[in-house]
Design a protein around this ligand. Structure first.
Ligand code: NAD
Length: 287
């Protein structure tokens, strides 16, 4: 069993750290918010938590936090320690921190997740991992204690690339489905009828069949509980901004990604950023 430093113990990091404790690891945590997590010993700084640890895992809000935390922890960790950042951040920050780790002779992976807080609690997260084959092989058993599906996406930063591409597709497809149901209502077509037809036709996609933005057709979708998240619109907006920044950086045309970012920014400006992202249908309906 390993000694693991866990940096950033919020909505995701907290339950992920608990699953490492459950698996028998010794976990030392650091978070300025000072949460109490059963079985996790809290340290006074990220560097203190990381000193002597076999593995450092981080789950932080954004790229600036990840750069700041690893600037302190890379000099503090022991030789041979493995670094795993699970935050969703920009590809450039992920690659810069991985390069700094490599310069110090340390292996690092970016391993952003999909599956939300429920996946974090139930250890059923999907990890998209960027890093060398050797780093991936070392990270795999650690990630397996917190998730179910672990995919090697390629070299450093490719985990983040996979995450933002996937979420850009999701953000766009949710708007498409919401527009379809909005148009159906105006044309006098029942939502359940559209679902029955479209979910078996060429318009079907995850936003429709698993996360339908109107109440009724998919009982587990947030639309049935007044759009309580789930996956908050502000989190979708964060990922769409990352996708747009990355697209601009490499000159990739993503006009629908840009439109999706604008619509979620509008949703947020309307004070609906805490709603599930499928609540975008309310914005389109002017409600
Ligand atoms: P959160 O705000 O609940 O947790 C982040 C934690 O980091 C906070 O407790 C904060 O105090 C701590 N923190 C900030 N600066 C720190 C520092 N310098 N050192 C140590 N700790 C610090 O956010 P979350 O929902 O747990 O999300 C974390 C990451 O996971 C984000 O990048 C997010 O995009 C990603 N993510 C979240 C979800 C989700 O459903 N919540 C799903 C997939 C990915």
């Amino acid at each position: 069993m390993a000694t693991i430093a866990f940096i950033g113990l919020g909505n995701m990091g907290g339950p992920m750290a608990r699953n490492l404790v459950k698996a028998g690891d010794t976990v030392r945590g650091f978070d300025p918010a000072k949460p109490t997590i059963d079985g996790v010993t809290m340290a006074g700084s990220a560097a203190d938590a990381a000193a002597g640890a076999d593995v450092v895992v981080s789950m932080l809000p954004a790229g600036a936090h990840v750069r700041g935390v690893y600037a302190q922890t890379i000099p503090a960790v022991r030789k041979g320690a493995l670094l795993i950042d699970c935050s969703t951040i920009d590809v450039d920050s992920a690659r810069a921190v991985a390069a700094a780790a490599a310069d110090s002779g340390l292996e690092m992976v970016d391993a952003p997740v999909s599956g939300g807080t429920v996946g974090a609690e139930n250890a059923t997260l999907t990890f998209m991992v960027g890093g060398t084959e050797a780093a991936f092989a070392r990270a795999q058993p650690v990630l397996a204690k917190m998730g179910k599906t672990i995919v090697h996406a390629g070299g450093p930063g490719n985990g983040q690339a996979a995450k933002i591409c996937n979420n850009m597709i999701l953000g766009i497809s949710m708007i498409a489905v919401a527009e379809g149901f909005g148009l159906a209502a105006k044309l006098g077509l029942d939502a359940q009828k559209l679902f029955d037809i479209s979910s078996k036709s060429s318009g079907q996609c995850w936003s429709m069949t698993s996360y339908c933005p109107v109440p009724g057709p998919v009982p587990a979708s947030p639309a049935n509980r007044d759009y309580k998240p789930g996956f908050a619109a502000d989190m979708m907006l964060k990922d769409l901004k990352l996708a747009q920044a990355a697209a601009q950086g490499v000159g990739a045309p993503t006009p629908l990604g840009a439109a999706a970012e604008n619509l979620y920014a509008l949703m947020s400006a309307q004070g609906k950023g805490g709603m599930d992202f499928s609540g975008i249908i309310k914005v389109l309906q002017g409600k």
